[in-house]
Design a protein around this ligand. Sequence first.
Ligand SMILES: NC(=O)c1ccc[n+]([C@@H]2O[C@H](COP(=O)([O-])OP(=O)(O)OC[C@H]3O[C@@H](n4cnc5c(N)ncnc54)[C@H](O)[C@@H]3O)[C@@H](O)[C@H]2O)c1
Ligand SMILES: [Fe+2]
Length: 373
Amino acid sequence: MDISRSISLHLPSQIEIGKGASAKVGHWAGKGMRIFILAQPITASMVSKLQLSGDVEIFEGIDPEPKDIDLNAAMEAARNFRPDLVVGLGGGSVMDVAKLVAALWNSNQTLDEVVGPNKISGKSSPLALIATTSGTGSESGIRALITNSKTNAKMAVESPFLRADLAVLDPDLTMSLPPAVTAATGVDALAHCVEAFTNINSHPVVDEFARMGMRLAGKFLIRAVQDGADVEARAGMLLASFYGGLCLGPVNTAAGHALAYPLGSHAGLPHGISNAIIFPHVLAFNTPVETAKTKEILNLLGLSECNDQAEVLAQAHSFCTQLGISMSLENYGISSTVLRAWAEEAHGIRRLMDNNPRDMSIDQAEDIYKAAF
Ligand SMILES: NC(=O)c1ccc[n+]([C@@H]2O[C@H](COP(=O)([O-])OP(=O)(O)OC[C@H]3O[C@@H](n4cnc5c(N)ncnc54)[C@H](O)[C@@H]3O)[C@@H](O)[C@H]2O)c1
Ligand SMILES: [Fe+2]
């Protein structure tokens, strides 16, 4: 890996970290602003923590794993309100919609025109992203993922115009996450770090972010699941998620996320659960070509270093089951008859599969689904 290889990083302009950090949003925003807040009912109840003044409108109609129709409704509400500032207060689902609303509400560009990298031509309003889950790291990255309501496929928009002007990592806002969501979103954060670390585009700079994220997840994820009021663990997982988000921009994920996507789009599994089910299998699949890094991942997670694929699989699997995640596709009502079609679909997500350090055939993708069944 060449440390001199060029790389572009897009970081939020300002990052507020720590307990009570959300109270700084009001001062940052200033007085007399028209502030459009995207939220969900559960996160709308946290708006008072932001200490905003001015004319505030809350749009709380964003479903988890948002679709283009959710985005359209939010966009229409923003166009009617004409905000000076857009705030995303929620998990990845809310923050991704907020990013696109801030960029596009006052633009002629449609979603279809901006899917892919670097298609957005400007930004309509400044953007503040306040994370209430610790998983996607959407607040630190420049991507937004929206599901196509006709095809159920995830559409990825990537642009520097999706960068947050303010990102807030306040553990107080994640305390109410139930253990199951904490576990699933936490494995998503971990998967972002692992898949960027073992990626054909991996870069020494991003590897350091990934190491920090994996170390934090290894130390704090189980604690955050077992005791949601453990503020240190919550803060640690928000940082793990943030570092995972930093991995996504310049390097991105690989086969793990490609195999996870059909679970969400066809069976409705939450993004974090999908990733958790797939994670041990892809870690083991990649072990022969990533021997040193696999050992390092296991070490950072507090597991035993090894290069035996079956043992890597068993250890990563037990890491996830200890978090209370049900790791079998069958348990989610999925039929084995769909696995071939899903393998073909995942294999076709070349923007991610091409990043994988070991080439994966359709048969091998199907074998992974069968093993996870
Ligand atoms: N932009 C990116 O780079 C990126 C990366 C990975 C995933 N994503 C996308 O992010 C979405 C998933 O985001 P997520 O995993 O954060 O989940 P989410 O935003 O869908 O939230 C999960 C659930 O937790 C609830 N919730 C959120 N905050 C809560 C809190 N503090 N207390 C209690 N409940 C709370 C939500 O209402 C929801 O029901 C997917 O659409 C995925 O594709 C985006
Ligand atoms: Fe993810």
